[in-house]
Design a protein. Structure first.
Length: 416
């Protein structure tokens, strides 16, 4: 078979964009960008449709002309035996994939990890795949049946309802992905509607509340935090006070970076990637909150440095530990959680002030109203929230009378 390409031609910088044949269905494809690759072309048996299969990049550090010809020869030989090149490729790919539930699930987790909102979501997946799914990990995906899924769900279904529901959903996703990869066929044994829903008992309804201190106790908690800070060698007590002052979620404060804060405007913008609502959230900063940030920001740190540094890395390269703020607060008030600080704030706003509900909910980064209302109302009441957060700061700081200052025109009410 006469060959029409040479190794020098393949490497030549003078080749224009186009397709260059080498004979026997092998082509060199050159793109406008200058990149080049090998393609094998054939006609499908029975239909006569033209098909292409990529054989890899060409040129420097790519597949050589000799190797491309050898691969094309193997594909032609397969065609003569009735083997479809694309099916042959799929079989080869499947042969290199770990088709056990554990191996494939771990690989899937790594593939989808970039789309997670935070580290906790990744840890939860690992807990489920490596811990709860132990009885299934060595089984091939195609061999997993309903009884296997029930075997890992039943011990948790009534005692740890939320964990069990999340576990079922993750098993379902792994098996769906395995089917998409050709590693199993048929219905998903972890599907809910019309399947597991009919086999598992109804879970008891439980309403979870984060432990919170009554807002009347918050000023004394803040006072103790400030006292502890005078003898501490870390900024964790200030971080605890900052969480209370801003009513944000702990993770949002832990991973705050210097570039997110505008001290002149007294504004902290949390990027949507770190927000539960998946949209940027502006947090107006009270005077005390700004003072805390000035005290905690690592000196001469880069914009990407964390404001609240870990105890052993005070250059801002590591954030505070996951439970550091929680433990600090519970040392003062044992029946308290960091998320509960948000509840204390919300109760105070509702009981002791006349700030509108919408302003309070916006301060907590909650969505207000249905989709139509949200579409029309895109402002976040920033200036009203700024007055609200100053009033809250004055209240928890204990440096005010029992009167809460409200926006102009609104009635003043007793704070306690």
């Amino acid at each position: 078979m006469a060959k029409r390409l040479t190794a020098l031609t393949v490497k030549s910088a003078k080749l224009k964009a186009g397709r260059y044949g080498d004979g026997g269905g092998l082509y060199l494809v050159v793109r406008e960008s200058g990149s080049r690759s090998w393609v094998f072309r054939w006609r499908e048996r029975g239909t006569g449709k033209q098909r292409d299969l990529g054989l890899g990049s060409a040129g420097l550090n790519g597949v050589s002309l000799e190797d491309a010809r050898e691969r094309a020869g193997e594909l032609r030989a397969g065609l003569r035996r009735g083997v479809d090149p694309k099916e042959q490729r799929k079989e080869a790919d499947r042969a290199t994939v770990d088709d056990t539930f554990g191996g494939f699930g771990d690989a899937l987790l790594e593939a989808i990890k970039p789309g997670f909102k935070g580290r906790n979501q990744h840890n939860d997946w690992k807990r489920d795949l490596e811990g709860h799914c132990v009885p299934m990990r060595r089984k091939r995906c195609k061999d997993i049946v309903t009884d296997d899924v029930l075997g890992v769900l039943k011990p948790l279904w009534l005692t740890k309802a939320r964990t069990a529901r999340e576990l079922r959903g993750r098993i379902e996703r792994v098996l769906d992905a395995a089917k998409a990869k050709g590693l199993r066929t048929g219905e998903n044994p972890a599907r809910w509607r019309g399947h597991l829903k009919e086999l598992l008992p109804k879970q008891p309804k439980t309403k979870r509340h984060h432990a919170a201190a009554p807002y009347e106790e918050v000023p004394s908690i803040v006072k103790k935090l400030r006292t502890k800070h005078t003898t501490a060698d870390t900024d964790v007590n200030l971080a605890g006070e900052f969480v209370i002052l801003t009513a944000v979620r702990t993770g949002e404060a832990r991973f705050m970076t210097i570039r997110e804060v505008d001290l002149r405007e007294r504004l902290w913008t949390i990027p949507k990637e770190r927000m539960k609502a998946e949209r940027d959230h502006e947090v107006p900063l009270s005077g005390r909150a700004v003072a805390i940030l000035r005290a905690c920001m690592p000196k001469d740190a880069k914009p990407g440095a964390y404001v609240f540094s870990g105890q052993w890395r005070k250059d801002g390269s590591k954030p505070l530990g996951m439970n550091a703020i929680l433990h600090t607060l519970q040392d003062i008030y044992p029946n308290m959680t960091t998320h509960g600080c948000r509840s204390s704030f919300r109760d105070w706003v509702g009981d002791e002030t006349s700030f509108p509900r919408e302003v309070a909910e916006a301060a907590l980064a909650h969505k207000v109203g249905d989709e139509v209302e949200q579409a029309y109302r895109r402002k976040t009441a920033l200036e009203k929230r700024r007055k609200l957060m100053e009033a809250w700061s004055a209240y928890v700081g204990g440096g005010m009378s029992s009167i809460v200052s409200l926006p102009a025109g609104e009635q003043r009410v007793q704070a306690g």
